[in-house]
Design a protein around this ligand. Structure first.
Ligand code: V0V
Length: 150
């Protein structure tokens, strides 16, 4: 796999937020984003919203607001470590083939969190690289669901 085959674009930037409705209000009313999608992901312990720009093209990055579903959630832990304030929790790179990209990253020494991809937003397949092997950033890789808008 060539380096140019790895990533398609930045799919989204994930913000940890203490309260989803308050965060939606801020990002939509003040910053002018709009809600494209909302869902709850029990396995990941999050309630989330995806935000887009007025004219959302397929490779425009989205903003993902992530609120904890329960105290065991990785988002709850992140907020606790950051004094209860929100902030950038992750950056997600889009890929066409998450299995091939995961294999290449592993070969290159990147620590991936899951043996196999898990289910993310809108039925996508997701995997994460541990911040300790990416220079301090929680990196998600995401293969959108077949037929998804993006
Ligand atoms: C922890 N660390 C981070 C970090 N979280 N550094 C940068 N960005 C983050 N988000 C650092 C932390 O400061 C420590 O550094 C070290 O990592 C601790 O690592 P640890 O003991 O392994 O772990 P935890 O318990 O803090 O967990 C960190 C990981 C966890 C990354 C393992 O957050 C995780 O499993 N994340 C993947 C799942 C996830 O984030 N789900 C929510 C989004 P020092 O102090 O040791 O230097 S769900 C989602 O995105 C969906 C559904 C989607 O997009 O479709």
């Amino acid at each position: 796999m060539n380096n140019s085959d790895l990533f398609v674009c930045i799919d989204h930037v994930g913000y940890a937020v203490p309260n989803l409705d308050d965060a939606i209000k801020l990002h939509c009313e003040v910053f002018g984003w709009r809600v494209l999608h909302r869902e709850t992901n029990e396995e990941q312990g999050v309630e989330e919203a995806m935000l887009g720009t007025g004219d959302q093209h397929s490779e425009n990055a989205q903003i993902q607001l992530l609120a904890p579903l329960n105290p065991a959630s990785t988002i709850a832990k992140w907020l606790e470590r950051n004094g209860g304030r929100g902030g950038v929790q992750q950056v997600a790179y889009r890929v066409h083939d998450i299995d091939a990209v995961s294999a290449t990253l592993r070969e290159r020494g990147v620590t991936l969190l899951y043996d196999e991809p898990k289910i993310g937003t809108g039925g996508s397949r997701i995997q994460f690289a541990h911040p300790k092997s990416t220079g301090g950033i929680l990196l998600e890789i995401v293969e959108p669901a077949q037929g998804a808008a993006h």
